[in-house]
Design a protein around this ligand. Sequence first.
Ligand SMILES: [Zn+2]
Length: 174
Amino acid sequence: MSASPPDRGGRDRGTDGAGTAVRTVVCVTCGRTNRVPAAAEGSPRCGNCRAPLPWIAEAGDADFGEVAERASLPVLVDLWAAWCGPCRQVTPALEQVAEDRAGRLKLVKVDIDKSPVLARRFEVQAVPTLLVLDHGRPIARRTGAAPANALRRWVDESLPTSHGPADPASRRPS
Ligand SMILES: [Zn+2]
């Protein structure tokens, strides 16, 4: 456990000993504190009550494939920069959307100044640039700040319909 590799992305949330960033999330349903890894099979659920947990992670050039492209859920990518005022408004709104859509959406934040390869790949001209990825494929994109309710609507309209909720009982027939 003492041999964790040096931090690659300036993250401050610690690692699980295998180099994967871990975030502490309090379950809104039962109050239990859970450790949620940045990358994992499936999607995170509360260890106590099994409620879906919001999945919010950070990624950079080195781990974007593992954290974002190989995620089993649709991924909302927030390409942001520390010097960008609108980004500071959008990021909390996106975190709210990720909490509201726990189990259906993963939020991955990318600091473009630390991730030049991703910034070039996604041709980021302005920040924040927001992408929705479905199995690594961009299916929606927008630029600039917006209120949380507008972002929520955009995300909902962008999500692929084939990704139903994890609970089959809530899936509508036909
Ligand atoms: Zn819980």
